[in-house]
Design a protein around this ligand. Sequence first.
Ligand code: KG4
Ligand code: ZN
Length: 334
Amino acid sequence: MGPVILAIESSCDETSAAIIQNGKVLNNIIASQTVHNKYGGVVPELASRAHQRNIVAVASYALGTANISMQDVDAIAFTRGPGLLGSLLVGVSFAKGIALALNKPLIEVNHMQAHVLAHFIDDPKPTFPFLCLTISGGHTQIVLVKDFLDMEVIGETQDDAVGEAFDKAAKILGLPYPGGPLIDKFAQSGNEKAFKFSKTIMPELDFSFSGIKTAFLYFVRDAKKSNPDFVENNLADLCASIQHHLIAMLLEKLIVASKKTGIRQIAIAGGVSANSRLRNMLLAEAEGRNWNVFIPAFEYCTDNAAMIAMAAHYKYLRGEFTSLDVTPLARMAI
Ligand code: KG4
Ligand code: ZN
């Protein structure tokens, strides 16, 4: 029998625990924090407190529903970074506490590597090398994945993440946090050609999303001056247009990355990969370009401990363990 690992994820605003046995994810327990909704974004101090309140219950529930006792666990895995320092600290301290008390090995996981490795939880699985567009509230990266634990970031945002752009655009439209899924929903009945925004030109494979955020803010503000009901009357078209603009920026660079590397195995990961229009546009693009596209199940797109468990499994097999004096890293390269 292969290793049994308890994995913990607490990098942002989801407290999550998962059990993996011999490379098979047995469960994936997620406690989402709703305390941030009224603030229009994650409030770091509130996130740490909520993690602290939930982590014991979430981990116990994961063990209980998998019918695994703490004694059966071969290693404890946790997200070391990148993420919010106070949030990470809760998960790291919890994992260290168990490891120390029960004399179990620790495995640190890079959250961004884990998003990529979410593709190995279910079938079909990509083969190496492949490209992974990792898009979330904190990150926008094109990753060249050479092996399970051998990855290279070949392009990334130089300012905001695309998820942040979705959330800020939603906030400008008066929608609550997190606005990405709401933009996706309202856009379904809108015309994506209704409003046009100018493109931010970035070199090579890099992205920039701060310009469009400001352009959208001014556009909506100016339109409201002459028509106070502008947003209410055009919500679906506004959502569809800004969504289309953001997705086009992502796909444009993904096409360049595929041409440059000659790789046609294309994966997407991270919270924004849940976007329905992105999925459709990517699949349409794939047909014309002979791409093989990989999209994880919805529950493995947003932050979750199953992906941490998957990464930990490969690290366990390679004997990559972490010492007890480990500290979290708010910034951590892949
Ligand atoms: O990966 P994730 O759960 O957390 C981070 O590591 O950031 O990603 C959260 C981000 C948020 O910005 C959220 O608005 C966005 O993913 N998101 C979406 C959709 N679902 C989640 N953005 C656009 N369309 C969606 N359907
Ligand atoms: Zn994430």
